[in-house]
Design a protein around this ligand. Structure first.
Ligand code: PLP
Length: 384
């Protein structure tokens, strides 16, 4: 059916899917309204809630993760809102930029690229603020550096000061534990195409009652499509027919449903454990080959491994070598371009056979560049 070679995506999104998910993606369109489709659609929402570990409202906003982030900020932040954005790396900065685009008064507390957010620093900022913050917005998994940021202590500090918690969990959902309600996340955003291993196209946002209070008392609106009030009113007023304000890609909904079903069949905890095992295997395999990790062990995310380029092989040359074998890895973003490379542990790439294929190919890339490595040295007893 396809003349495309088997691709091996080790990019931190998009991710390789299972044959069942690919099959669902290729199904013919069905009308995105009416009872038949709504059964699938509502099931997809219910499954997302299980992975989010939430009983809050949850909406599937059609678009990339950025769409649901924009919807969250647009809906919950009045013009001039005071927002604390702790973070390091590309996505942390981007969160600050997005808040500014929504006319917030942003305090960006920057942490070094290879460090996680320090919840104590956040707590002190919140406690000593002259004017209280309306919200704290941060990134769970910083995909540009492979750092996993703390959630519960940051959320707790925010809640104690009456600030809303807004989280970009685009890359972490399904790969690490994310109990949204237990941690007190008011607006939590994720997507189909990272750890949930489905095609891109749908973002999800959970909305707590505190978030609704903020949204309902927000006099500003900077969007209509990306206003959660619009989504809520369609959900209520068009419930039995078309509970969303615009067209929905039925095949992506079906693909996401299939993928989450597979994850839950396996067990979310098992999937999370296997993700961590894949990351450990890749980190130890790369270390054996002489690569230095960019992210220290104590803050390294199970979802993405970031490592420094080999001193004798450029990232671009390594990527080219791997691409000839249909293996895709990512380079560094912004200041880290050319200095690091990144390997995603999402979807198909966490399978043992895939990890071994990747490490074997990186060994070959080193050998091809005249760097001596003994055969299979990256694979020795890496799998726990
Ligand atoms: C991938 C990613 C995004 C962007 O998601 P889109 O679906 O491309 O909008 C945002 N934040 C993080 C942490 C990501 O990893």
């Amino acid at each position: 059916m396809s003349d495309r070679p088997d691709l091996h995506l080790f990019t931190p999104g998009p991710t390789g899917s299972t044959p069942e998910v690919i099959e669902a993606t290729g199904r013919p369109m069905v009308p995105h309204y009416g009872e038949r489709f709504l059964t699938v659609y509502n099931r997809c929402i219910d499954l997302f809630k299980v992975v989010f570990q939430t009983e809050n409202d949850l909406f599937l906003i059609i678009g990339p993760g950025t769409a649901a982030l924009d919807a969250s900020l647009s809906s919950a932040l009045p013009d001039g809102a005071r927002v604390l954005v702790p973070g390091g790396g590309w996505f942390g900065r981007r969160m600050a930029d997005m808040c500014r685009a929504h006319r917030a008064d942003v305090d960006f507390v920057e942490f070094p690229l290879d460090e996680a957010i320090d919840p104590e620093v956040v707590r002190r900022r919140l406690e000593t603020a002259d004017v209280p913050y309306d919200a704290v917005a941060w990134v769970h998994h910083e995909t540009s550096t492979g750092v996993l940021n703390p959630m519960e202590p940051v959320a707790k500090a925010a809640k104690e000061q009456g600030a809303l918690t807004i989280v970009d969990a685009v890359a972490s959902l399904g790969g690490v534990d994310l109990p949204v309600d237990a941690w007190g996340i008011d607006l939590c955003v994720s997507v189909t195409n990272k750890c949930l291993a489905a095609p891109p196209g749908i973002s999800a946002v959970s909305v707590s009652s505190a978030a609704w209070e903020a949204i309902d008392s927000n006099p500003s609106s900077r969007s209509w499509y990306l206003d959660l009030r619009t989504w809520r009113s369609y959900r209520e007023e068009w419930a039995g027919w078309h509970p969303f304000p615009s067209t929905v890609p039925s095949n992506i909904i079906e693909a996401a449903t299939a993928s989450i079903e597979q994850i839950l069949e396996e067990g979310l905890d098992v999937r999370i454990r296997r993700t961590a095992e894949a990351a450990t295997a890749v980190r130890s395999g790369l270390s054996r080959l002489g690569f230095e990790m960019f992210t220290p062990d104590d803050v390294a995310s199970p979802v993405t491994t970031a490592a420094y380029a080999h001193p004798e092989l450029s990232v671009a040359d390594m990527q080219r070598f791997l691409m000839d074998r249909s293996i895709f890895i990512s380079g560094g973003l912004a200041d880290l371009a050319g200095r690091i490379f990144r390997i995603g542990h999402m979807g198909r790439s966490i399978e043992r056979g895939e990890v071994e294929l990747l490490l074997g190919a990186i060994e070959d890339a080193l050998r091809d560049a005249g760097i001596s490595v003994s055969d299979g040295s990256s694979l020795e007893s890496i799998w726990v």
